[in-house]
Design a protein around this ligand. Sequence first.
Ligand SMILES: *Cc1c(COP(=O)(O)O)cnc(C)c1O
Length: 404
Amino acid sequence: MNKEPVSRELFDEVMVPNYAPGSIIPVRGEGSRIWDQDGREFVDLQGGIAVTCLGHSHPGLLGALQDQAEKIWHLSNVMTNEPALRLAKTLCDLTFAERVFFANSGGEANEAAFKLARRYAWEHYGPEKNEIISFKNSFHGRTLFTVSVGGQPKYLEGFEPAPGGIHHAEYNNLDSVKALISKEKTCAIVVEPIQGEGGVMPADPEFLKGLRALCDENDALLVFDEVQTGVGRTGHLYAYQMYDVVPDILSSAKGLGGGFPVAAMLTTARIAASLGVGTHGSTYGGNALACAVAQKVVDTVSQPEILKGVKARSDKLRKGMMDIGERYGIFSEVRGAGLLLGCVLTEKWQGKAKDFLNAGLDEGVMVLVAGGNVVRLAPSLIIPDQDIEEALERFERAVKKLTA
Ligand SMILES: *Cc1c(COP(=O)(O)O)cnc(C)c1O
């Protein structure tokens, strides 16, 4: 086995240059703390980008992983397996869903969702009804189909020709959707209840209710991309439950495995029927190890005291960031829900979000950005109070230096 020491420089020698990772290499995590190769300790408000929803090295998740690892890892979809069946049953019990398809990433769950929406319309209404309405600034993944449905043209640059039949309306603007939708052509509207990558922009409740009504009037399916907002992130198991608007298809990933790659597409029995035998698949989808870990994540996160705790932690973190924002004149607002928060930089600091991330690292706190103008926080849903306090102190020190 190759046990040579590795450094950040190696990245540039052996990795495709599509990422620009920071200079430190974390090697160990526990709860909401992370240590790098030199033993430096950080408070983690990144949460692996809304993934490690129960922090690092959670004993329950470790136990679930080890238990299943000693039984069976993988079977392929020629066989079903107990963890996948149990997890699907749990997701159906806890949500609107009646049928579940498992995948490995958000992009792959969305790919399944969009293919299903097209296939359902094709089967029930004919091939003309194939158009998807999505939103500017949205993010749905990096496969060619999902990046085309996404509303950030820069991510498509140089990868064309893109799949067709996709239109982008203005987020939180129902009139812009009405201008694009038709009963003859539209098969689905795809929306994030809170745009994550696009700047932690929450939907207005009336907007989502309006989309539901437009879908019903036009025989189109409403697809909620809850890859970032799902699995307790907003203080509800899924954000649709907070908005009280029920989608036809929902995609879930990121937090679902708490750090183990797994994703799911949820839908109704009637719609699921359009993905008959052989129409779609995924080798690793429904992998036994992944589903056993996700089961523990969902069982844990869906506990009422965990979800209530998200709201309490959110209030504390939001207030702390607003106070820092006021003291140093850096934030115009802190938006989002639960533990998906976006601190919007004031005019003076536009485009400088990455500077705050780097300044935070220097002081031992990891934050995220969403675009150039938003400092994004997506910590563990069970981050201890004292870690929130420590993170706020460290972030304030970083801000003080940066703004001096
Ligand atoms: C992260 C994200 C995706 C893509 O997920 P991957 O696992 O990276 O493929 C899709 N939709 C939303 C809303 C996301 O936040």
